[in-house]
Design a protein around this ligand. Structure first.
Ligand code: PLP
Length: 436
């Protein structure tokens, strides 16, 4: 008992010390400058659990930023990284340099991807991938003799990252404010959200798409970018029949389809790529996060035949130093092997249903608009107000969830146990019930 108390006191002192040093030295992403929050200093992880430096455990209901399908603490991924670092830590992939892990990973991705995707451009993360896809779409159109095709259609509530083009294509006002002027030539369509399964939503969205293409002029539009399921926008699945119809309209007008699968790929919706689930044949897929389970930054843009045909012979003077990183590729290959070996895609469907069923009764509350989800991507949308109290309350009870606008979003590791799913649901329900 006494030993335990001594350990707890030491843990608390270490947590205070680290928190003070953090506040003195670090500007965190998504923080208020000059008003640093007291950080939760994490120390280790295993499966769906993480521990802070005090030794308290938390069920990771979001996988950090939804990046970790295989869960935390995988020795196998540490070994894959260490072996590759010891052999060849890095060499640039610019021009005619290459490395074996990148080549193997490109082959693997093209094997898993929907039909029609033919080549891979590696990146370090999601924003870089979307910058790449937007630039490549514009270059391809330009090179094919359509220099006036520069406009990119994006959607309200869509999230595509924090770079020049990727932020410009992000349809969330609070993230854009103060950074203007953003990259020009992005046009926004309405939020693809069918509340309570409204059967007319897809019709309205397709009519809007057709009208906007008509009013802008199809000959000025390079591409359309969208997430199969809105992530940061609240984990919103598409209205029934939406994607095949969007694709048909875009094809008819020679507009390229960029599908942002930075969150949705690698099992999250029960498939390697959500494009498969929704019947999408993308011209480009952008992915990251679950590709390496976040053990090391890694992303990829999968490029389809139409883009390659349009851009054939074009000089693609684009790239970032660490593209094609052999360590990232080695970790991604080992990560994909774990997802396959442990049947984690199926698990996302089974456990996603269990979690959704457990949370569904919250829809009876006046302040809850909707509980929704696909696979292990779930959202609870409030009728308004702030959801950060739920995030804080759940954390105090040992459960990490994320407040995203008026929604609470969930995306636990696919290895989460049934018992952990039940605890997560119980704690979250208590917090949501108390939050009005
Ligand atoms: N696109 C989507 C759908 C995302 O959810 C994110 C990150 O959350 C990004 C793009 C940006 O990726 P990154 O933060 O790796 O640059």
């Amino acid at each position: 008992m006494e030993q335990q108390a001594t350990r707890e006191r030491a843990g608390a002192a270490q947590a205070r010390d680290l928190a003070e040093r953090d506040v003195r030295t670090i500007v965190h992403p998504h923080s208020v400058i000059g008003e640093p929050a007291e950080p939760l200093v994490l120390d280790r992880g295993e499966g769906a659990l993480v521990w802070d430096v005090r030794g308290r455990s938390y069920i990771d209901g979001t996988c950090g930023l939804w990046q970790c399908p295989v869960g935390h603490g995988r020795r196998e991924l540490a070994d894959a990284a260490a072996e590759q670092i010891a052999k060849l830590e890095f060499y640039s992939s610019f021009g005619d340099y290459s490395n074996e892990p990148s080549i193997k990973l490109a082959e693997k991705l093209l094997e898993l991807a929907p039909a029609g995707l033919r080549r891979v451009f590696f990146t370090n993360g999601g924003s870089e991938g979307n910058e790449t896809a937007i630039k490549l779409a514009r270059l391809a159109q330009h090179h094919a003799g359509h220099p006036e095709r520069t406009i990119v259609l994006a959607r309200s509530a869509g999230y595509h990252g924090m770079g020049g083009g990727s932020l410009a294509a992000t349809g969330i006002d609070r993230l854009r404010e103060g950074y203007g002027p953003l990259v020009p030539g992005i046009e926004f369509l309405g939020k693809p959200h069918a509340v309570a399964g409204d059967p007319g939503t897809a019709d309205r969205l397709i009519a809007e798409l057709e009208e906007r293409i008509e009013s802008i002029g199809p000959e000025r539009i390079a591409a359309f970018i969208g997430e199969p399921v809105l992530g940061v926008g609240g984990m919103v699945p598409p209205p029934d029949g939406y994607w095949p119809r969007v694709q048909e309209v875009l094809r008819r007008h020679g507009i390229l389809l960029i599908v942002d699968e930075i969150v949705t790929a690698f099992g999250r919706t029960g498939h390697w790529f959500a494009s498969e689930r929704y019947g999408i044949e993308p011209d480009m897929i952008v992915t990251a996060k679950g590709l390496s389970s976040g053990y090391i930054p890694m992303g990829a843009v999968l490029i389809g035949q139409r883009v390659l045909d349009l851009a054939e012979g074009a000089a693609f003077l684009h790239g970032f130093t660490y593209n094609g990183h052999p360590v990232g590729a080695a970790v991604a290959l080992a990560n994909i092997e774990i997802l396959r070996r442990e049947n984690l895609l199926e698990r996302a469907t089974t456990l996603g249903t269990r979690l959704l069923d457990a949370l569904r009764p919250l829809e009876e509350l006046d302040h809850v608009l909707e509980v929704r989800g696909v696979g292990l991507m779930l959202g609870i949308e409030f009728t308004g107000g702030d959801t950060s109290g739920v995030q804080a309350g759940a954390r105090a009870e040992g459960v990490i969830v994320r407040a995203s606008g008026t929604s609470i979003v969930l995306s636990p590791p696919l290895v989460i146990t049934e018992e952990q799913v039940d605890t997560l649901a119980r704690v979250l329900k208590e917090q949501v019930r108390a939050a009005h």
